[in-house]
Design a protein around this ligand. Structure first.
Ligand code: SF4
Length: 232
């Protein structure tokens, strides 16, 4: 049966629209709960989501550790801290001057629009919050949705390069599909459930790191039995 997403994009013929949830269960069975996002507070998750752009999480963890030790992992101190001092603290995360400015732009917005109150910002309706986040310089769709899902607890599916790589390799859609179309695809065919969205993205990252690398290691991969015959 040929399936179309709600936006009318034709996907491969999938046997039934339970394929995505079936894959989810296969991944969960193999890897178990991933306990994302690694952050003690919603604000820490926001900071981590901005710092993790183009770098490994281990580097972000070092930057967050520095911010914590300096007492800067809460809105007021981050608002007040000097940009040069901030950049120095987050140096381990790489691109620290750019990321320092991005953190400052976010925090300035939080104070100008919500009096520094993250709960108030996150209390907005999902679409309004997403638009607002996307309007902040330096926050793209993946960062915005990571903040939405893991810090604000909003039901949005996070898409990244790993998601496109894995599911295009299995013929669900071409790797050229844009962010919003891929996101709609998952949200159309998965239960509208924050817990599943939360775990699924983390499981995808785990799968890509352990098996679905640039050169796929299909042997003993949890999705090995679903592999397309023409997989390269
Ligand atoms: S079976 Fe191969 S292509 Fe499919 S997810 Fe696993 S490693 Fe990637």
């Amino acid at each position: 049966m040929e399936i179309k997403s709600k936006k009318g994009n034709i996907t491969r013929s999938i046997q039934h629209d339970g394929d995505l949830i079936r894959i989810y269960h296969l991944l969960f069975k193999r890897f178990g709960p991933q306990r994302w996002w690694p952050g003690e507070t919603p604000f820490e998750v926001v900071v981590g989501a901005i710092l993790t752009q183009n770098t490994a999480w281990t580097n972000v963890a070092r930057a967050i550790h520095n911010l914590k030790n300096a007492g800067c992992l809460e809105p007021q101190s981050l608002y007040q801290i000097d940009i040069y001092r901030l950049s120095e603290l987050i140096r381990p995360s790489g691109y620290y001057n750019i990321k320092g400015r991005r953190l400052k732009v976010f925090i300035d917005h939080l104070f100008e629009s919500h009096e520094g109150n993250l709960e108030r910002m996150f209390g907005q309706e999902t679409n309004i919050l997403r638009e607002e986040l996307l309007g902040i310089k330096g926050i793209g769709p993946e960062t915005a949705d990571s903040i939405m899902l893991y810090a604000a607890n909003k039901p949005v599916f996070v898409v990244d390069a790993y998601t496109k790589r894995i599911f295009s390799r299995h013929g669900f859609f071409p790797v050229t599909w844009g962010y919003n179309v891929v996101q709609s695809f998952f949200m159309d065919f998965l239960p509208h459930n924050i817990k599943i969205y939360n775990e699924y993205h983390a499981l995808i990252v785990r799968l890509a790191k352990e098996h679905c690398k640039k050169k796929p290691v299909c042997f003993k991969c949890p999705l090995e039995d679903l592999k397309d015959k023409n997989l390269s």
